[in-house]
Design a protein around this ligand. Structure first.
Ligand code: CP
Length: 308
């Protein structure tokens, strides 16, 4: 069973194969209308369940379109409307869904929910985000960097702000794709110790630098994310803004990075909080390519899961 649960638990050679496959499928579409099916139809006759326990724009639409382009069909389910939200166990839900569909993608809160779904499903399960990680996003980000600048290996990537679930998957990618990762943010919002230790054990120790200008110096890629994640309480908002204001990605901060550096944000963004519109719409920004590449990278992930 080939689940895609996280970047650090997937073989590095398989990750590379998925990125290359995503790029190949993107090129093969060659600017055709979005609704045109791919020439190859590897998911023909396959049904995919997309479960959302949290809101989504990119993940929902990119998975749905990706399955259709590959000849398959989807059903989009909200956790609240399923029996899952009314007391049925995750294990039973996994067993039942496995009788109807060929693949399950789930966006949920607790990592334990994802793990339990994967443990009891008899079809592959894909992590569409948990409170701890967001691997599909970072696969799209690696694809996007390499599309613009070539191999990401040994490049300097700097994360500004909150050491959240998206950062966690960047830490995993640093170990698997072999790039240098720096975290710059307040100590109170440091990444989980487990991820820092994991990257160090893989030979890619994460640099932590509280000074954003020093951290960004010479960066090939600067990345940020919202200051308040979906699982953070609304009451944390003001405190977080105060803690993170110094880590805003603005033109002054970007000027410290390499002239050919790229800027990424997985979106949705709060413009002029974590990043200014001048940066988001500026010459370094590839934020909409990242969003597009969710589609292509995830198509490759689904093919890998199904052995197609
Ligand atoms: N980046 C991302 O996962 O976007 P959505 O929350 O819109 O799916």
């Amino acid at each position: 069973m080939k689940h895609f649960l996280d970047i650090h638990t997937t073989d590095a050679a398989d990750l590379r194969q998925m990125i290359d496959m995503g790029q190949k499928m993107k090129s093969a579409r060659n600017g055709r209308p979005k609704g045109t099916p791919d020439d190859e139809q590897p998911l023909k006759g396959h049904m995919v369940a997309l479960i959302f326990e949290k809101p989504s724009t990119r993940t929902r639409v990119s998975f749905d379109v990706g399955v259709r382009q590959m000849g398959g069909e989807t059903m989009v389910l909200s956790g609240r409307e399923m029996q899952l939200g009314h007391g049925e166990t995750i294990a039973d839900t996994a067993r039942v869904l496995s009788r109807y569909v060929d693949l399950i993608m789930i966006r949920t809160f607790e990592e334990a929910t994802l793990q339990e779904m994967a443990e009891h499903a008899t079809v592959p399960v894909i992590n569409g985000l948990t409170n701890r990680t967001h691997p599909c996003q970072i696969m799209a980000d690696i694809m996007t960097y390499e599309e613009h600048r070539g191999p990401i290996a040994d490049k300097k990537v700097v994360w500004c702000g909150d050491g959240n679930n998206v950062f966690a998957s960047f830490a995993h990618a640093a170990g698997q794709f072999g790039f240098d990762l720096t975290f710059t943010g307040p100590e109170t919002l440091d990444p989980e110790r487990a991820w820092i230790d994991w990257a160090a054990a893989k030979g890619r120790p994460i640099t932590i630098d509280r000074d954003p200008h020093r951290a960004v110096a010479g960066a090939d890629l600067v990345v940020t994310d919202t200051w308040v994640s979906m699982h953070d309480p609304e009451s944390a908002k003001e405190r977080r803004h105060n803690q993170l204001r110094a880590y805003q990605v603005n033109e002054d901060l970007m000027s410290k990075a390499k002239p050919e550096s790229l800027f990424m944000h997985c979106l949705p963004a709060h413009r002029n909080d974590e990043a200014t519109s001048a940066v988001m719409d500026g010459p370094h920004s590839v934020i909409f390519d990242e969003a597009e590449n969710r589609l292509h990278a995830q198509k490759a992930i689904m093919r890998w899961c199904l052995g197609k």
